[in-house]
Design a protein around this ligand. Structure first.
Ligand code: NAP
Length: 293
């Protein structure tokens, strides 16, 4: 029986990885660790978890993801996204454990006007972006056989994400101003988790892969879609980035070219289709018909 270890199992992606592992055709034995059972910045936690799980493969969904807060907590962000990721990758390499790590569209240099390829220039214009970029580099330096999956605009039925925020604000307010000059591709965490599982079992060459649902939209488009699908009546006004200043700079264009991963796992479904699945699950949950996740 194969043994799978999931770090950051309490997060959006972590919970979906557990679901994807349960649904996988192979008979996985799953060892899922949230931050209270395995803090990836604590070597002792890692030693104990690895000894218990003795995994064939480890997925690292643990990350410091508070993009704006990272600007005032750079050391903490680096401890998790750089050192934590490195320690995990190195320990897996040493023990002969396959490793899958996750990164972000924020690592790409801004200024492209076509979908971003894995080989495009990287930069990191915020603390979060720099720590994720450094984390990727460290993971691949210490575990050359690892898969690093860059993704964008992740959401699920739970956790902190734009979709849930729009549902809440749409019900609370009559009018919202949402940024329309940043475009990208929303990614349903369930689709990302399934693709990551498939990629890891495929024998495809290691290295960096992009994954996002297909199609392109702005945050404004996404807010409108959430409200329409959720039956919420709220006026959504398009605004420009400078009208909504944030401590961390956001990329204006973060559409990912997913052809490399698609060659192995198939073309990701359109973001509207994925969002519909998520909204359906939320509606069934609200009606008491389905648990989350
Ligand atoms: N969310 C997005 O829009 C987005 C976009 C692009 C890329 N990504 C990347 O996708 C991956 C998954 O993100 P996500 O959306 O699932 O984020 P998430 O929901 O914030 O989950 C991250 C998880 O990591 C845990 N964590 C934080 N510090 C930890 C530590 N020291 N040790 C162990 N666990 C720790 C968090 O626990 P606590 O909640 O207890 O802190 C949380 O459960 C990350 O690599 C992220 O950078 C996310």
């Amino acid at each position: 029986m194969q043994r799978i270890m999931i770090c950051g199992a309490g997060g959006q992606l972590g919970q979906k990885l557990i679901g994807a592992a349960k649904a996988a055709p192979n008979d996985w034995r799953i060892f899922a660790y949230n931050r209270s059972s395995l803090d990836i910045t604590r070597p002792e936690d890692l030693r104990v978890a690895l000894a218990e799980a003795r995994p064939n493969i480890c997925f690292n969904a643990a990350a410091y993801t508070a993009v704006d807060r990272a600007e005032s907590e750079p050391a903490r962000a680096a401890a998790i996204n750089v050192e934590g990721a490195r320690r995990l990758a190195a320990a897996c390499q040493e023990a002969g454990i396959a490793f899958v790590h996750f990164s972000t569209d924020y690592v790409y240099a801004d200024g492209y006007n076509r979908p971003l390829r894995e080989t495009d220039r990287t930069l990191g214009t915020s603390v979060y972006a720099r720590t994720k970029l450094e984390g990727e580099n460290e993971v691949l330096r210490h575990h050359p056989g690892a898969y690093v999956i860059r993704t964008s605009w992740v959401y699920a039925e739970y956790g902190h994400n734009f979709v849930r925020t729009m549902l809440r604000l749409g019900r609370e307010r009559e009018e919202l101003g949402i940024v329309c000059d940043q475009v990208g591709s929303p990614t349903y965490a369930g689709d990302l988790a399934a693709a990551a599982m498939q990629l890891s079992a495929s024998g495809a060459p290691p290295g960096i892969y992009n994954f996002a649902n297909s199609g392109v939209c702005s945050w404004y488009d996404l807010a409108k879609a959430v409200h329409t699908m959720g039956g919420i009546e709220c006026t959504v006004r398009p605004i420009m980035t400078e009208q909504y200043p944030t401590p961390a700079k956001r990329p204006s264009y973060s559409v990912l070219d997913t052809r490399k991963i698609a060659a192995t796992v198939g073309t990701p479904r359109h973001w509207r289709e994925a969002l519909t699945s998520c909204m359906d699950k939320l509606a069934r949950h609200a009606a008491g018909a389905a648990p989350l996740p």
